[in-house]
Design a protein around this ligand. Structure first.
Ligand SMILES: [Zn+2]
Length: 239
């Protein structure tokens, strides 16, 4: 009988850039594998299986080849897994609030400390709650923007609320600063990071190292909320 060689395994966390999004994944290497595999779990977990000693550039090329497939798969999953129903948890300013559907109540949204009440049937809830988020964002985001502008002594840019499907904010060449209403789901630190990121573009239009120094000057310690926003992107873009 031949002695069995022990199977060697290694796992590491890595990140993949998919257009404007960054996707965290686990790279699992195993001496028992001969081929590459890319898997997306029901919960959106991305795993790449690779042979133990395969060169990184080959894995990278494989990922680039499958980038479109992966993007599509993650998008579909995000839409499939979200259902408007009583009891779901909705992110709001960095915490989760339970959605309470009150079919007998008027079709309005009532925010409570730990819950968001929505009247009317299940059918209308998506529109009512989404509109409520938008109107809250239209009120709170410019306030927050103004606070930062006043603090750093920049001129107040023109402001626009957007519903872009994958961007948090932008600064147009004509100086209009846009923020996504979905930022209302994020924590204050995440919102502040996006605002300071866009404000920094008023001085530096690109993403050079000079730009990131400007962001750091406007918002010291921005790396942490920046990373958190990336991790939470799928949750915030659910609806
Ligand atoms: Zn930017």
């Amino acid at each position: 009988m031949r002695a069995r060689r022990p199977i060697l395994r290694e796992a590491e966390q890595r990140e993949l850039v998919l257009g404007e999004r960054r996707v965290a994944y686990t790279l699992k290497r195993s001496s028992a594998r001969r081929t590459l595999a890319l898997k997306v779990g029901e919960d959106g977990e991305v795993t790449v299986n690779a042979p133990m000693r395969m060169a990184w550039h080959r894995i990278e090329a494989f990922l680039n080849q499958h980038a479109d497939w992966l993007r599509q798969r993650l998008e579909n999953l995000r839409r499939q897994t979200f259902r408007w129903q009583d009891g779901i948890e909705l992110p709001y300013l960095g915490s989760l609030r339970r959605l309470s559907m009150e079919p007998a109540a008027l079709p309005l949204v009532f925010p409570l400390a730990d819950r968001i009440l929505v009247g009317g049937g299940e059918d209308g809830a998506a529109v009512l709650v989404t509109d409520w988020y938008r109107s809250e964002a239209a009120r709170l985001l410019p306030e927050r923007l103004f606070a930062h502008v006043a603090r750093v002594g920049y001129p107040m840019p023109r402001f626009r609320l957007t519903g872009a499907s994958s961007r948090w904010g932008s600064l147009s060449p004509t100086g209009v600063l846009s923020l996504n209403w979905r930022l209302l789901k994020a924590s204050e630190a995440e919102i502040d990071y996006v605002i300071c990121h866009e404000l920094a573009h008023m001085r530096v239009p690109n993403h050079s190292s000079r730009f990131w120094r400007e962001v750091e000057a406007l918002y010291p310690g921005f790396e942490e909320p920046k990373a958190r926003l990336r991790q939470n992107a799928a949750l915030y873009f659910q609806f």
